[in-house]
Ligand binder design. Structure first.
Ligand SMILES: [Mg+2]
Length: 349
């Protein structure tokens, strides 16, 4: 039986390594194309039990797998000797700027460790149900016909489709029209910061007419036009690149109707839950998103999903082969395992 008294005697041990994830197909968005992603897997050992977490570093914010690995190797000792002391550990980690993906890996691994020490799944530890909104499936950026073909293929498996826009070729509305022509599934779009205010004001009424549910990050993060767009957009605006941590929420409420929470930006489950509650207090919609991640990263994201209106947790499903099985796609919903911790099997770290 787990004894909290013993916890104070043994420091939490940290191991980490870079893992390459190969994608089933090349993934294209407005600013980049990739056929693989590098993440970092971290293993925390304590009292003979091992907890795992994943860092999915975001290049857009100056992070890489190498910088995340360096952070984990240099600052692992900040975890101390009590894996349940999340508030204190979080305060120590917050003193070092940046590297939110690495911090998220530690936070996920601590939750996994806690669950395993107590014999309960993380969602139960958090007092949340083993459920969430259906995940969207990402239709990455391509020609309108190509996007329509891919949408048609994936629509039977997924209950929501998220279209990547921002082609910079004047065809973004055509992309949505082409997809709308082949499926009745709810559609969401993500522009990844690629429109000007003028382009957004011209496109959004047409997207509204095509039944698009909401538009994610149409403008560049920090764009002064955000307030005007929130006032004039006929469909909800969700921000992603504008929304990182709890301290961003008040500004997000001025420029958007909703926020996209990602553990790789927030620094983990704990901060994302704070953000979800702050969003509700500010009258905002909430979604949980992901990066290109294995099932280990997605399992942590699933724990926040019950607090959200929308989920975009398809990262592991875009891989050629998920090295960390555990999460199951059930009727379009990414459902975490019922076993203790995050319930994910992780190859040797
Ligand atoms: Mg996004």
């Amino acid at each position: 039986m787990y004894s909290p008294r013993a916890v104070r005697l043994t420091p939490v041990q940290v191991r980490a390594r870079i893992v390459r994830l190969d994608l089933a197909e090349t993934f294209v968005i407005s600013r980049e194309a990739s056929d693989h992603a590098e993440v970092v897997h971290v293993a925390l050992s304590h009292e003979g039990v091992v907890g795992y977490g994943e860092a999915a570093p975001v290049e857009r914010y100056g992070e890489s797998a190498a910088s995340a690995l360096r952070f984990l190797e240099e600052h692992g000792s900040l975890l101390g000797d009590d894996p349940f002391a999340l508030e204190e550990i979080g305060s120590r980690l917050a003193e070092i700027p940046g590297e939110h993906a690495a911090k998220a890996a530690l936070d996920a691994a601590l939750h996994d460790l806690q669950g395993k020490l107590l014999g309960v799944p993380v969602w139960k530890l958090l007092g949340l149900p083993r459920a969430g909104p259906p995940t969207s499936w990402t239709i990455w950026l391509g020609d309108p016909d190509d996007m329509a073909r891919r949408a048609e293929r994936s629509a039977p498996r997924f209950r929501r489709l998220k279209l990547k826009l921002g082609g910079g070729d004047g065809l973004d509305v055509e992309r949505v029209r082409a997809v709308r022509g082949v499926t009745d599934r709810p559609l969401q779009v993500d522009v990844n910061e690629w429109w000007s205010l003028e382009e957004a004001l011209a496109a959004l009424p047409q997207l509204a007419a095509l039944g698009v549910e909401y538009c994610e990050q149409p403008l560049r993060a920090g764009d002064e036009g955000g307030r005007v767009l929130k006032e004039r957009s006929p469909i909800p605006i969700y921000v992603d690149e504008d929304c990182h941590v709890l301290a961003d929420m008040a500004r997000c409420a001025e420029i958007a109707h909703g926020v996209n929470l990602k553990l790789a930006k927030s620094g983990g489950i704990r901060e994302a839950i704070r953000m979800a509650h702050a969003a509700r207090a500010l009258g905002l919609g909430v979604m949980v998103g992901c990066m290109l991640e294995s099932g280990l990263g997605i399992a942590a994201g699933c724990c926040v999903a019950p607090l959200c209106d929308h989920a975009d947790l398809d990262g592991n499903l875009l891989l050629a082969d998920d090295p960390c099985p555990g999460v199951a796609l059930v009727d379009g919903v990414q459902v975490p395992a019922a076993s203790p911790g995050l319930g994910v099997s992780v190859p040797h770290v």
